[in-house]
Design a protein around this ligand. Sequence first.
Ligand SMILES: NC(=O)c1ccc[n+]([C@@H]2O[C@H](COP(=O)([O-])OP(=O)(O)OC[C@H]3O[C@@H](n4cnc5c(N)ncnc54)[C@H](OP(=O)(O)O)[C@@H]3O)[C@@H](O)[C@H]2O)c1
Length: 302
Amino acid sequence: MQRRILGRTGLRVSPVGLGGYPFGGINRAAGWDPFTPEGRQTAIATIHRAIERGINYVDTAASYGDGNSESIYGEALAQDGRRQRVILATKCRWNGAGDDVIRSVERSLERLRTDVIDVIQFHGGMFTEENVRHILEAGPLEAFWTLRQQGKVRFLGFTCEEPWTARPLIATGQFDVVQLRYNIIYQGAALHALNEARDQRMGVAVMRPMTSGILQRTLRFLKPEWPEAEIYELALEYALADSRVHVANVGMRWPHEVDTNVTLASRFQPPEGFDVADLPRMTAGIYRADDEDAGISERSDR
Ligand SMILES: NC(=O)c1ccc[n+]([C@@H]2O[C@H](COP(=O)([O-])OP(=O)(O)OC[C@H]3O[C@@H](n4cnc5c(N)ncnc54)[C@H](OP(=O)(O)O)[C@@H]3O)[C@@H](O)[C@H]2O)c1
């Protein structure tokens, strides 16, 4: 798989990353339980397959299954030097004191069986002004600086579901990486955060690139004749076709899902001259773009 540069970190990342949520969550309908020995072995096989197939960015969190996802990654990466082959990103809570951040990251290091986390992220949903002040002024950010100085983390980041609320943290210039909710149905980040992140030369990861199955579930009812595999393909292509995105963290449980997504990503080439980043998104811009596409340079009603 090709590589993209993760903003100012300079790290070369695969455009598809391995999301770690499934290794911390049980899904009985899918017969998935990463807390059983068999489930754990399958998750490890998935991580190994991802590395074999060229995925080099893996994302997890202290809270996924209360450490279960990190512990699975720890076991999988300890085998045959695989830790050296990946960029390891994890997350911690931001709403406690600085000491809580430090303790959380130290526990993550133990579970991940490593001396250093490549990208540490404050695990966010949405950030109010008060939350931002807390992070910047009440200890959490300072704790990140301490951890970086101690060599326990390399790059600093945060994750955010609601892109508008990511802007104040992006604007601080303190973070090297941001992970945003961004996909073909949640396009808010396209207008409200991705340009700002690019201007700061931040690395950009996206969460939920496959819409966490929401689009597929909707279309299963509204357009049952549409092949579901193609909807997943479309969702992945949307994320890959935005030049502001460096890595799309896809949740994958089974090795065969890794194979499918690596194949899709490897063969996808955005059409010549097309970049989702350039799509007009406001009505006046859309009208102008329609005129340009039709080869009309002057408005006829003037
Ligand atoms: N606040 C935060 O920081 C935050 C929040 C959410 C997510 N994340 C990160 O983003 C990652 C991805 O999010 P997500 O897992 O919610 O959503 P996602 O990647 O949008 O969707 C994952 C689901 O899509 C299915 N899938 C993936 N590829 C497929 C394919 N080619 N064909 C058919 N089905 C496919 C899988 O379902 P099946 O396994 O059932 O087939 C998988 O569980 C997480 O794992 C996590 O690392 C971060």
